[in-house]
Design a protein around this ligand. Structure first.
Ligand SMILES: CC(=O)N[C@H]1[C@@H](OP(=O)(O)OP(=O)(O)OC[C@H]2O[C@@H](n3ccc(=O)[nH]c3=O)[C@H](O)[C@@H]2O)O[C@H](CO)[C@@H](O)[C@@H]1O
Ligand SMILES: C=C(OP(=O)(O)O)C(=O)O
Length: 441
C-alpha cells in the first residue's frame, strides 16, 4: 500500500537541493556497460527507481553490480553476462521504458534478448515501432511473445543506412547501442540530439566506439568488434533542475539547485525569464527565485532538443496558472500529456485543453482528436485538494501546486515520483515544506 502525503500549502520553498545524474542518461549508460569486455564505473548515480530497475535487469543477465549510494559510484562488471529467463525479466522490468534498450547490447553480448512490454509514464500510446524497425534494419529477428518480444541475430548485426520519421530519443539510443558493435557503417538521419544522447555518445566513445554527430540530425557510427569498460560522470538531471526551478517560482520561493547546468537548460531558462522568474548561474549550480511582482503569460510549444523539453511542461503549466493573463501551451511530443490538468482545475486553475494545434510547430497530433493544446488563464489562488498522482512530471506539478495552495492537500501515488526524483521528500523537508507522510490504508 502506498503512502499518503498531507501537504499544508502556502510556504515559500527556500534553500538548496542537489541534483545528481540524469534519469534519462544513467539507466542507458548502465545498459551500455553490457557492451564492454571489462568493468565500467558510472559516477554521480542517483538513488531513483529507474536505476534500481536496470540494476536488477543487469544482475539477472549475470552482470555484477556494486553501488555506493553515498558517493553515487556504480561499478558494473559484464564479463559473465548470460541469458536470463523471460519470466524473471518480466518480473523485474518495473515501470520503466529502459528494457527495450537492452536489445542491441544483449544481442552483442549473449546473442539474444527477451524484452517485456514497457512501462514508463502513460502520456500517450508510446509505441516501439521505430525501435523494432531500426533493429530489423540491422538484421535482427523480432518475434512477438506473450508479454513481450524475443529478439535475436542469427546472421549477426550489420550497419545500415537508417532514417527516423521523428527524432525519437529512445530509437536514437537504440541505434547507437546496436551500431557501435555492428559490422560496418551506420548512418542515422533524423536523429534526436538531446544532451543525454550526447552524453551517451561520450560514454560509448570512452568504450572505444567511433561516432560522429554531423549537422542536421545525422549520426554516423563505424562499428568496432570490441569495446572496453568506461569511467564516466553522468551529466546532471536537467529535468529535475527545471522542476525545482518551477517549484521556486510557484511557491514564491528561492531554491539553489546544486549541479544544474546552464547549457542543458538554455530553452528552459529563456522561458523562465520571460515568465518573470529570476536565476543566477554560478560554477556549481543555478539559483532560481521569484523576484516579486506579477508573472507574465506566454505562448509555448514543447519540442525535441534544442526546443523546450516536454518534461518541463507540466511544472511550468502550474507557474502559468499564476501569471497575469492568458497563456497557450502546445504539446508536440506526446499526444496525451495534459491529463494532469484535471487535478489542477479541481484546485482552482483556469485551464482549457483543445484538440487543435495552437502553435506553429508542425505537429503529428493536429486533427487527430488528441487534447494536446492548453489555454491557461491566471492568476488564480490554488486550493488544497485530494490528488492521486498520475505520472512522474504531472505528479511533481501536483506537488508544486499543493505546496503553493491555500489549505491542505491529500496526495496518494507519491511512489511514482521516486522514478525520477531522488530523495524528494528529504529535499522538500530541507526546503521548509509543511507536510506529513503516513502509510496508506
Ligand atoms: C527514459 C527517457 O529518456 N525518457 C525520455 C525519452 O522518452 P522516449 O525515448 O520514450 O521518447 P521518444 O523521444 O522516443 O518519443 C517521442 C515521440 O515519438 C513517438 N515514438 C517513439 C518511439 C517509437 O518507436 N515510435 C513512436 O511513435 C512517441 O510516442 C512520442 O510521441 O524522451 C522523451 C522526449 O524527450 C522524454 O519525454 C522522456 O523523459
Ligand atoms: C516521460 C518521462 O519519462 P519516461 O520516458 O521514463 O516515462 C519523463 O521523465 O517525464
Amino acid at each position: 500500500m502506498g503512502s499518503v502525503l498531507t501537504i499544508r500549502g502556502g510556504v515559500p520553498l527556500t534553500g538548496k537541493v542537489p541534483v545528481r545524474g540524469a534519469k534519462n542518461l544513467v539507466p542507458k549508460a548502465m545498459v551500455a556497460a553490457l557492451l564492454g569486455n571489462s568493468p565500467s564505473l558510472l559516477r554521480n548515480v542517483p538513488e531513483i527507481k529507474d536505476v534500481d530497475v536496470v540494476t536488477s535487469l543487469l544482475k539477472l543477465h549475470g552482470v555484477e553490480v556494486t553501488k555506493d549510494p553515498v558517493t553515487g559510484d556504480l561499478l558494473m562488471d559484464p564479463q559473465n553476462a548470460k541469458t536470463a529467463a523471460s519470466r524473471d525479466i518480466d518480473a523485474h522490468a518495473g515501470d520503466s521504458r529502459i528494457p527495450i534498450l537492452l536489445c542491441g547490447p544483449l544481442m552483442h553480448s549473449i546473442g539474444e534478448a527477451f524484452i517485456p512490454d514497457l512501462g514508463g509514464c502513460k502520456i500517450g500510446d508510446r509505441p516501439i515501432d521505430y525501435h523494432l524497425q531500426m533493429l530489423r534494419n540491422f538484421g535482427a529477428l523480432v518475434e512477438k511473445r506473450p508479454g513481450g518480444i524475443a529478439i535475436s541475430a542469427p546472421k549477426g548485426l550489420k550497419g545500415a543506412k537508417l532514417d527516423l520519421p521523428y527524432p525519437s530519443v529512445g530509437a536514437t539510443e537504440q541505434v547507437l547501442l546496436t551500431a557501435v558493435r555492428a559490422e560496418g557503417i551506420t548512418e542515422l538521419s533524423g536523429a534526436a540530439v538531446e544532451p543525454e544522447i550526447l552524453d551517451l555518445i561520450a560514454v560509448l566513445q570512452k568504450m572505444g566506439a567511433i561516432i560522429t554527430v554531423q549537422t542536421d540530425r545525422v549520426i554516423r557510427i563505424e562499428g568496432v568488434p570490441e569495446l572496453t569498460g568506461y569511467n564516466h560522470r553522468a551529466l546532471p538531471d536537467r529535468n529535475e533542475a527545471a522542476s525545482w526551478a518551477s517549484a521556486a517560482l510557484v511557491t514564491k520561493g528561492d531554491i539553489y539547485v546544486e549541479g544544474a547546468n546552464q547549457q542543458d537548460l538554455t530553452a528552459f531558462l529563456n522561458i523562465y525569464r520571460k515568465i518573470g522568474g529570476a536565476f543566477d548561474v554560478d560554477d556549481d549550480g543555478i539559483r532560481f527565485y521569484h523576484p516579486g511582482g506579477s508573472l507574465n503569460p506566454l505562448v509555448l510549444e514543447t519540442d525535441v532538443h534544442p526546443g523546450f523539453m516536454t518534461d518541463w511542461q507540466q511544472p511550468v503549466v502550474v507557474a502559468l496558472s499564476q501569471a497575469e493573463g492568458v497563456s497557450i501551451v502546445h504539446e508536440t511530443v506526446y499526444e496525451n500529456r495534459f491529463g494532469f490538468t484535471e487535478a489542477l482545475i479541481r484546485m482552482g486553475a483556469n485551464i482549457q485543453v483543445h484538440r487543435e494545434c495552437l502553435g506553429s510547430i508542425p505537429c503529428r497530433f493536429g486533427q487527430r482528436n488528441f487534447l494536446h493544446s492548453a489555454v491557461i488563464s491566471g492568476p488564480v489562488q490554488l486550493k488544497g485538494a485530494e490528488i492521486d498522482i498520475p505520472d512522474l512530471r504531472g505528479g511533481f506539478s501536483h506537488l508544486i501546486a499543493a505546496l503553493a495552495a491555500e489549505g491542505t492537500s491529500r496526495v496518494t501515488g507519491v511512489e511514482l515520483i521516486n522514478r525520477g526524483y531522488e530523495h524528494f521528500l528529504d529535499k522538500l523537508e530541507g526546503l521548509g515544506a509543511d507536510f506529513d507522510v503516513a502509510a496508506g490504508k
